[in-house]
Ligand binder design. Structure first.
Ligand code: OFO
Length: 168
């Protein structure tokens, strides 16, 4: 049986994940309005990921004998100006979610709830990937705005380097 505090915190996190889903859907809509299909696709996949994060918690909470309380999802801002603005907000949002996951982990540790600690491990790793992904794209978009496209082409070329064991 999960503790009451963890049950409450998990329910709050489910709402945050669903809010993330909604937030990224708003971003996908903005890119659709600019006919940028690749960016739209990126955020539509992100929407699915956030739904997955929420449902994974939903299942875990039920498996541990807890109750799920769905809350109202707050409206997301929609007044974006540039792609850079969107990725900056997405990166900041992921940092906020990381702090929230860390707090869940702290609570699980305080409660000596080993199953929850193991469960939150997956989210800790996931947040690391999500922050890195948003930050990487933001950096590349800034290069485009700074008209340093050459660096992006060179970066693409360098990413193809592989290691070959030298002949003895
Ligand atoms: Fe659920 O990771 Fe993004 O917000």
């Amino acid at each position: 049986m999960i503790s009451e505090r963890l049950e409450k915190a998990l329910n709050e996190q489910i709402s945050k994940e669903l809010h993330s889903e909604y937030y990224y859907l708003v971003m996908a809509v903005w890119f659709t309005s600019k006919n940028l299909d690749g960016f739209t696709n990126f955020f539509k996949v992100q929407v699915q990921e956030e739904r997955f994060h929420a449902l994974k918690m939903f299942d875990y909470l039920l498996d541990r004998g807890g109750k799920v309380y769905l809350e109202t999802i707050k409206k997301s801002p929609q007044d974006f100006e540039l792609a850079e603005d969107i990725f900056k907000k997405a990166y900041e949002h992921e940092q906020f979610v990381t702090m929230s996951i860390n707090e869940l982990m702290n609570l699980a540790t305080e409660k000596k709830d080993h199953a929850s600690q193991k469960f939150f491990d997956w989210y800790v790793q996931e947040q690391l990937e999500e922050e890195t992904s948003m930050d990487n794209i933001l950096t590349k978009i800034r290069l485009v705005y700074e008209k340093r496209h050459g660096l992006l082409l060179l970066d693409e070329k360098l990413s193809q380097r592989t290691f070959t064991v030298p002949a003895q």
